[in-house]
Design a protein around this ligand. Sequence first.
Ligand code: HEC
Ligand code: HEC
Length: 287
Amino acid sequence: MSALRELKILAFVAIVVGILYWGVEPLAHSVFHPKTAPADFTFSDLEDLPTTGNVENGKALATSTCIACHSIEKDGFPALVTNELAASAYGVVPPDLSNIGAIYDGKFLANLIKNPVKTLKLTHKFNDSKPFPMTPTLVSDAELGDMVAYFKALAADANLSNKEIFTEACVRCHSIKYDNIKALTPSDTIANYLGAKAPDLSMMIRSRGQETLDKFINDPQKTLVNASMPRVGLTQDSQEKVIAYLESVGDSKKEQREFIGKILIGFMIILAILAYLWKRKIWHNLH
Ligand code: HEC
Ligand code: HEC
């Protein structure tokens, strides 16, 4: 067999594999997972409200309005009632606000304070006859900026771990069995409040994958029509950390697996080269 013929066969195999890998597989993937726009961390559907302003005035406003329902532990405002009471009063335990300036997007926060239901994309769940537990805070747009400025200043030195960000943003509703984390709100209470139970997230990274989670957390309605979960307005950085945490819990062997994969490929390449050299040697002797 001439070397040229072998080369032709090799080229043919390479082309077929190439078509399968770059052509057919992505096509099948796009059919089974229809493309949706990537996560939008500019929150372009929301109003452009101020996100900077007078910190002192923001503090005065926040510590006279928000603390009716929320604690701000870092500034000396503990929760007024137990989690149990809060859950039964509101349907879900309202989060502590000490670090919201670090984990949530500023524009999202200003819109949330002004119009919670629209900002959380829950207009299909709450209306005048079923009011949302977080009421709009009626202040001027400039004062919204003051409050966002205050929360940002309060959280300026937060430096939270991946797990802490997850805990602040998700654990009032979700549990992580594999990491012994129990949701602050009982799951039946959440079901009553939002119309669906919040699932345990231990293995979610495996069943949904990183890309789907990224879109879902940023805008649940985009991937799940009429989703019960509110939009969580995390910054891109915080969201990446939440997903990294979910990965560390649900897919803790990922690095090991990828490492073994690389060793295996290296092994196959060496084996292929040896097989080729061996074949050449035998054919050489036969000539
Ligand atoms: C009447 C009670 C009430 C008041 C007043 C209130 N909140 Fe809330 N807030 C809630 C409840 C209940 C939730 C939980 C809602 C949920 O997770 O579905 C919440 C959720 C939040 C969240 C989490 C949003 C998210 O994306 O997960 C933030 C941030 C927040 N509130 C900030 C504020 C700020 C800032 C103020 C004051 C300007 C304020 N809240 C005033 C009841 C209230
Ligand atoms: C106020 C409660 C609440 C908060 C806060 C919340 N979730 Fe959810 N989540 C839910 C509910 C309820 C569902 C079930 C949705 C449904 O069936 O419509 C859900 C579903 C999910 C799902 C499953 C989606 C699917 O494809 O089945 C994932 C993943 C998820 N949440 C991740 C998160 C993460 C990560 C956070 C924090 C950044 C978070 N959630 C914060 C209530 C919440």
